[in-house]
Design a protein around this ligand. Sequence first.
Ligand SMILES: [Zn+2]
Length: 292
Amino acid sequence: MKKVSEKKVILANNFPSVIVLMLGILPFNLFAEQQTLSDNIILKGEFIQGGIVIGQTSPGSQIAYDKQLIRVSPQGSFVIGFNRDEPKTVKLKIVTLDGEIISKVLDVKKREYQIQRIDGLEKSKVSPRKPEVLARIRKEGVQAAQARKLDDERVDYLETFIWPTKGRISGVYGSQRVLNGKPRRPHFGVDVAAPTGTDVVAPASGVITLAHPDMFFSGGTLILDHGHGLSSTFLHLSKLLVKPGDRVKQGDLIARVGATGRVTGAHLDWRMNLFKRRVDPQLLVPPMVLSN
Ligand SMILES: [Zn+2]
């Protein structure tokens, strides 16, 4: 394996181990902020770039988020999220069945992102030029985008997420990437280093919307939809154990870690999207606790 130079600074890894142990037994939403907009409208989550916020309103409400109508479950739950570079404020408007109108400007905290340098990648994977390769990349991009368009009524996103695999965190959300010395798109996943063949389980229940054995950049790739447009993507897999349309429960074995696609070593790259918005999976799970 080639040398990977990257910063491994993670909030969670800087906590004293006693605190990590304490936090490990508490739900993630200990960190979550709660905003009460009215008697029956509550928002809970991380109001920060990359954050995900779960809302509860009265059944039958209509919601516009960032000027788009979004799905509200029959019980009144909904999900909103913030991009890596989300502007400082986003508008939320809720109209309840009784005609109550709540207009709220949400403040989104700005984040500082790391710079991650990775050297030793295959040149053809960093600067692909061949027309047939470029066509393949475009086609695969369309397939992934299609899978992430699904707006399903399931509310699997209400579960408390678990880590899909355990290991050293070797890459974090949002990092500005320099690959073989060339600035590239930011990294949107959390990377967990683990040997090829390690189990990957569903972090929350959902339906498989894409299972591709070998994409150009991401190798073996799965997309798991958690409802209302929130999805998980798993990259660089060596083996896929599910197929599109499969309904999986939280904790079900869905794949094995690998080193396929553009990588320098075996790891799981777990990404999350709210439709096109890239959100940070690490904000949904407790700090990684490794038992030796
Ligand atoms: Zn990655």
